[in-house]
Write a protein that binds this ligand. Structure first.
Ligand code: GLC
Length: 342
């Protein structure tokens, strides 16, 4: 049985050092989740307009989600240490305290939480195996006594210099380092090629019974990313709609079938659609249609999903009004009925 050793999340929390509560437990089942995007994934929390707040977890739990995915820019919080070369960098203990607090907020509300290594930009431009494994060894040791509802995700959207071949080596090495301290923890792994479904064929799935395989789905990009400020040329796509025509639906179905087939060929691998969403500048009726359809396709195949994202540019929640965007929420949770104000 997992226990949180120190009571109050407000003062940060630690996980019991006496026990290994994640030993020998049944696999964690994920179903419906949401990404806490733009928060701890920013170089400094708050810099992208959002901070993680405790009451978000009340809202998320009450809205029927069972897990959150937490993108974290760990690489923005490395301190120069006393060792040699890139392995010399250690994660700032103050930053660990902050992530612990957030993890604790989720666990207290029975939400599982995926701790994701997000925006480790150096790994996409100039990969360094020693640094990558060192960061994972630190995170893994830190959470070795956390309950099994804490999951790790190896790297968000590997791409560019992190080629398929390289990523297969890096993922295996990081997993090995994690397993030294966390033999049973669920670990989320996705393909290189920006976690696109089409790159799954190139992923060498390590032999490990506690893996969840993730992919992201934003097709068609000119629809989901129209006007996205971080994507050059995306303003030219403004006005692109998604009517849900047969051709549009067949594309999604065909793409998801590729994932199902891959999972079947890989021992019925558990699949997580870790990100999907359409940016706020897309026509709203199309956003709702696309979001509902993609979510349905995931559920029809038994994939867990986590919507991108909670309270920012794709947000299902409007932090200014303090309300969920009901139409988007219904696209995700059609059987939950209208959400009452908290
Ligand atoms: C990826 C990026 C994130 C972006 C999202 C949608 O997760 O890391 O920054 O907002 O995709 O484009």
């Amino acid at each position: 049985m997992a226990v949180l050793a120190i009571g109050s999340c407000d003062r940060g929390c630690r996980f019991s050092a006496e026990q290994s509560p994640n030993a020998g437990t049944a696999p964690i089942e994920l179903a419906r989740g949401v990404n806490l995007g733009d928060m701890l994934e920013a170089p400094v929390e708050g810099e992208w307009g959002q901070r993680v707040q405790q009451h978000y977890f009340d809202l998320i739990a009450r809205a029927g989600f069972d897990f959150v995915r937490l993108p974290v820019k760990w690489s923005g919080h490395l301190l120069a240490g006393s060792g040699q070369g890139s392995s010399a960098f250690s994660i700032d203990p103050d930053f660990f305290d902050r992530v612990d607090e957030v993890v604790c907020w989720a666990l207290e509300r029975d939400l599982s939480i995926i701790i994701d290594l997000h925006h480790y930009d150096e790994m996409q431009t100039n990969p360094d195996l020693v640094a990558f494994v060192s960061v994972w060894r630190q995170i893994a040791e830190h959470y070795r006594h956390a309950p099994p509802q804490v999951l790790f995700e190896l790297l968000n959207e590997p791409r560019d210099a992190m080629t398929n071949a390289l990523w297969n080596r890096y993922a295996a090495a990081a997993l090995q380092a994690i397993r030294e301290s966390n033999p049973h923890r669920e670990v989320v792994i996705g393909p290189s090629g920006i976690n696109d479904f089409s790159a799954l064929a190139d992923l060498d799935l390590p032999r490990d019974s506690r893996l969840i395989v993730t992919f992201h789905y934003y097709h068609p990009i000119p629809f989901t990313h129209q006007g996205a400020v971080w994507l050059d040329g995306s303003e030219a796509w403004l006005g692109t709609d998604w009517q849900g025509t047969e051709a549009e639906r067949l594309r999604v179905i065909g793409d998801f079938d590729v994932v199902s087939e891959w999972a079947r060929e890989h021992g019925d691998a558990r699949i997580l659609l870790g990100e999907f969403g359409a940016y706020k500048l897309a026509p709203q009726d199309s956003r709702i249609r696309w979001t509902a359809f993609v979510r349905e396709q995931a559920e029809a195949r038994g994939f867990a999903w986590s919507y991108w994202e909670f309270a920012s540019g794709f947000g299902i929640y409007d932090p200014e009004s303090g309300r969920f965007r009901e139409d988007l929420y219904q696209a995700l949770m059609p059987t939950r009925g209208v959400l009452r104000d908290p």
